[in-house]
Write a protein that binds this ligand. Structure first.
Ligand code: NDP
Length: 303
């Protein structure tokens, strides 16, 4: 079994972006601008946003965070998005999800300029993905494909199962795998015979949000396992059941352990697998940086 090392691949991607930004700055005098809007004080969202900001700054991206109060009226949030839509120094806008409950996600996102939609979630951008008419993809699905490419894994003809159908991960990734000629089964909470379907798959992608949900007995020997899930566990018995030894040590120091949606015991049956943490997570951040650079190049007409 081979580990698909997201940290290593992400750091190589980031180094390439950093060099390209230096070069573009010397040509144009400009640097890519990424602005993240965060509403409320969800600790996980705050941690993700801080991480993205730190890496963006390291790469020379002009990164800004706009922090808004949890009870902000929809109109004010939309006004803020529209200001950024018009701002020539911001080529990439990210609205950190989830939004507080009183805000309707799509009523808000619909006001984002499609060309500045760095997550590529807007219907027009998802439509281009479906039709295989774009080279800019949502960050997590793009990160998954880059890990496969880096390890020269060709998905053409493989039986792939995508467990989870969110618009952030499952739906776009199922389309992207289909466009690469995999035979894709897209599953969700109403799927009846999930274990049997997983057993037939050469490639299993899990984006569910339930620790260790895909168990070793479900997985075919030699399958490629891609674990998108990121679950924070705070109870010792859960940490002992679902987390690697390294995460169990971390739990003793920090009071929590992280694990994915694929049970760690399944990895020994695989040909390749992504660890959690250190797999898809770092790739998502690297691809956010790459998307920011792509949008910058499109909007200042460098391509
Ligand atoms: P969502 O909650 O939006 O979607 C979860 C999906 O899982 C849904 O489609 C749901 O089905 C499906 N599901 C839930 N229970 C079952 C079940 N028992 N059997 C089969 N399918 C089930 O989650 P996201 O896609 O946003 O995220 C999924 C996971 O990936 C989370 O752990 C999240 O933290 C992580 N994540 C990690 C990222 C990274 O960079 N590593 C980036 C984004 C997410 P239904 O549609 O029927 O409700």
């Amino acid at each position: 079994m081979n580990i698909l090392d997201g940290r290593q691949i992400a750091s190589e991607i980031q180094e390439g972006i950093k060099q390209e930004i230096i070069q573009l700055k010397s040509q144009t005098g400009k640097t890519p601008g990424l602005t993240v809007i965060i509403v409320g004080e969800n600790p996980a969202s705050q941690a993700y946003v801080r991480k993205k900001h730190k890496i963006a700054q390291k790469l020379g991206i002009n990164s800004k965070i706009i922090e808004l109060k949890a009870d902000i009226p929809a109109r004010q949030l939309i006004d803020q998005i529209q200001i950024l839509n018009r701002d020539a120094d911001t080529q990439a806008i990210l609205v950190q999800l989830p939004l507080p409950e009183h805000l309707n996600t799509w009523e808000i996102l619909d006001h984002l300029s499609p060309e500045k939609d760095v997550d590529r979630f807007l219907p027009v951008n998802l439509g281009h993905i479906l039709l295989n008419r774009t080279h800019i993809f949502p960050c997590t699905p793009a990160g998954v494909l880059r890990m496969l490419d880096y390890n020269q894994i060709d998905v053409s003809g493989l039986n792939a199962i995508m467990v989870g159908r969110s618009f952030i991960v499952g739906k776009p990734l199922a389309s992207m795998l289909t466009n690469r000629n995999a035979t894709v089964t897209l599953c969700h909470s109403k799927t009846r015979n999930l274990p049997e379907l997983v057993q037939q798959a050469d490639l299993v992608v899990a984006a569910i949000g339930k620790p260790g949900f895909i168990t070793a007995d479900m997985v075919k020997k030699g399958a490629i396992l891609i674990d998108v899930g990121q679950n924070f566990l705070y109870q010792e018995n859960q940490v002992l059941e679902y987390c690697t030894e390294m995460q169990q040590q971390k739990f003793k120091k920090k009071g929590y352990g992280i694990t994915g949606d694929i049970h760690i015991k399944a990895f020994s049956k695989s040909s390749h697998y992504t660890p959690v943490p250190g797999g898809v997570g770092p790739m998502t951040v690297a691809l956010l940086m790459e998307n920011t650079l792509q949008l910058f190049k499109q909007q200042v007409h460098i391509e």
